[in-house]
Structure formats: structure tokens, C-alpha cells
Design a protein around this ligand. Structure first.
Ligand SMILES: CC[C@@H]1C(=O)N(C)c2cncnc2N1C1CCCC1
Length: 306
């Protein structure tokens, strides 16, 4: 393994990423800042556009690591899906470019990291905070679904937080476009199309709704609903819809989680139905959250409520 995870010279040598990175197609120079972590094939650094002084999160993917065709396809798909999305609760895709050594994907910097870190520190969140985060997640998912995209990997680690504590859905590495229904009927006459193929189209959207249920449960309870010691046992619990909502969760919270985690995809609420649920309408709903919420229970003042 290369040297310590710092910006030490050895780090540069090991990953031959220079301090200054030039996007020749737009004659933009980025200065490489601190190491943010790893994401898939990428090492991520803060990259500052020296023309605007704006800092981004830059995924730097060494071409030497893109060895198989499906690696290239995966990265191309992530770029193709993410670059077309533009919404308050979706990580902004700034640009991508490449040079001889690397592919660079420049994304909106989310300086408060992700909900994984918040939950690790806080253990559980209060219901008002969960209303705030889940409502923003749902608005972002409504937009993505409206664009015909299914995320397929919604989880705490993909719910990034901006400086002002707003949710930004990221990582479209597993996202897919819904099979356009017209294509399905065009390529096969209706009586030959198997029900699971049709169901599969409808099913995908609902997989994201299920994930929102898992995320909501984890934020309120402190761990995911189907977490066990082995993958096998977890899959068995998911298949048998075996989970317990502890009494600490309010009745409206319980009711929404139960609806989102319904075993039958068609019975789960649509995103618009989710947003109208009593969990959001009948309870303290903060208009914003202080950054202090990353480390301690925030005190809500009356004027901060929606
Ligand atoms: C760029 C990768 C990922 C990300 O997608 N965004 C939007 C992000 C935005 N801001 C900070 N970090 C981000 N990350 C982290 C970096 C290390 C692991 C995931």
C-alpha cells in the first residue's frame, strides 16, 4: 500500500496526480487539495477551479485501473446518467474530462460529508431531523424518477450534506434508466410479454421507495431494519419481511415505515403519497438544520419551523 493518506509527496508519486490539473477542453486549471477518501475506482480530492476559486469534490480515476470493458461502461454510465440531472437535492455534476493518466469527474463539494457520519456520531436522530432529511431525500427521488432514472443504491452513504445541511443524493454508479414501456410493447406483442418483465419495470421505482424506508428506519432507530450478523440471515429477513419497529418510534413514523417496507412493491406509496403522509404534516418540521446537528441534538426555536 502507498504511504500515509496525506498529501505527502510520496502520495503524489504513488498516484502520479500532479498538484495542478488542467482541463484542456475549457482551459481550466484545478488545484488539487486535501484527500477526501476513496469512491469506487477513484481517489477523491478537493479540487479548486483557479478561475472561479470554487472548490469541488474531484473523483480521479487512474486509467490504469480501468482494465476491463465493463469498468469503462460503468464509469461511462455513471457520467451519462449523472450529467443530465439538475436538482437542489441531487449532487450537481460539474464536468468530466480526461488526460493521458486519469479520468476526472468533478462534482459539487458536500463539506458536511454524508448521513453515515452524522448517524455514527449521533447514534439516532430526532423525528424533526428525520422529517427534514427524508422529505429532502424524497423530493430528490421524485425528481430522479421523473427523469426516468432509478438510483438503485440509495443509502446513508449516498446522502451527502452541503454546508447548509441540505441533502444531496449522489453516486449514480448503479443507476439505470427505466426500460421505456413503449420499447417493451414494441419489441413484443402484449400477450407474449411475461408479467415479471412488466412488473420488473414497475418494480424498479419501488425499490428506491423501499430504500427510503430502510434509511428512515436507520435514522430513527440507529441501525438498518434487517441488519444481522450474516448476509444470509439478512436476506432471509428481507424475504420474510421480518423486522421490528421499537416503541421509541412515533405512531406516524411507524405507519410510514410499515408502508415503505411493504413486501409487495405495488403496495408501497408513490413519492407524492409519501410526501403527503401524516409523518410530515403532523409534527414539528424544521425549515433548516444547524450544522451543530452533526454532533448533538439541535434545539428547535419556534421561528425555525416550517
Ligand atoms: C466524490 C465522491 C463522493 C461524492 O459523490 N460526493 C458528491 C462528495 C461530495 N463532497 C465530498 N465528498 C464526496 N464524496 C466522498 C469522497 C470520498 C468518499 C465519498
Amino acid at each position: 500500500m502507498p504511504g500515509p493518506k496525506t498529501n505527502s509527496p510520496s502520495d503524489n508519486e504513488d498516484h502520479n496526480v500532479p498538484k495542478f490539473i488542467v482541463d484542456h477542453s475549457t482551459r481550466t486549471t484545478f488545484m488539487k487539495g486535501r484527500f477526501l477518501g476513496k469512491g469506487g475506482f477513484a481517489r477523491v480530492h478537493e479540487l479548486t477551479d483557479l478561475t472561479t476559486n470554487v472548490a469541488y469534490a474531484g473523483k480521479i480515476i487512474p486509467k490504469s485501473r480501468i482494465t476491463k470493458p465493463h469498468h469503462k461502461e460503468k464509469i461511462a454510465r455513471e457520467i451519462e446518467v449523472h450529467r443530465q440531472l439538475q436538482h437542489k437535492h441531487v449532487v450537481r455534476f460539474h464536468r468530466y474530462f480526461e488526460d493521458d493518466s486519469n479520468v476526472y469527474i468533478i462534482l459539487e463539494n458536500c463539506s458536511m460529508r454524508s448521513l453515515v457520519h452524522v448517524l455514527k456520531y449521533r447514534r439516532t436522530l430526532t423525528e424533526p431531523e428525520v422529517r427534514f432529511f427524508i422529505h429532502q431525500l424524497a423530493e430528490g427521488v421524485a425528481y430522479i424518477h421523473g427523469e426516468g432514472i432509478i438510483h438503485r443504491d440509495l443509502k446513508l452513504g449516498n446522502m451527502f450534506l452541503s454546508q447548509d445541511m441540505n441533502v444531496k443524493i449522489g453516486d449514480f454508479g448503479l443507476a439505470t434508466r427505466t426500460a421505456d414501456n413503449r420499447q417493451v410493447t414494441i419489441c413484443g406483442t402484449p400477450n407474449y410479454i411475461a408479467p415479471e418483465v412488466l412488473n420488473k419495470c414497475g418494480h424498479f421505482y419501488q425499490a428506491d421507495i423501499w430504500a427510503i424506508g430502510c434509511i428512515m428506519y436507520a435514522l430513527l432507530v440507529g441501525q438498518p431494519p434487517f441488519e444481522t450478523d450474516t448476509l444470509k440471515e439478512t436476506y432471509s429477513r428481507i424475504t420474510n419481511n421480518q423486522y421490528v419497529i421499537p416503541p421509541l418510534v412515533s405512531s406516524h413514523g411507524r405507519s410510514l415505515i410499515t408502508a415503505l417496507l411493504h413486501p409487495d412493491p405495488k403496495s408501497r406509496p408513490s413519492v407524492p403519497e409519501l410526501l403527503r403522509h401524516d409523518f410530515f404534516t403532523k409534527g414539528l418540521f424544521p425549515r433548516s438544520l444547524p450544522t451543530l446537528a452533526c454532533t448533538q441534538v439541535p434545539q428547535f426555536t419556534v421561528d425555525s419551523l416550517v
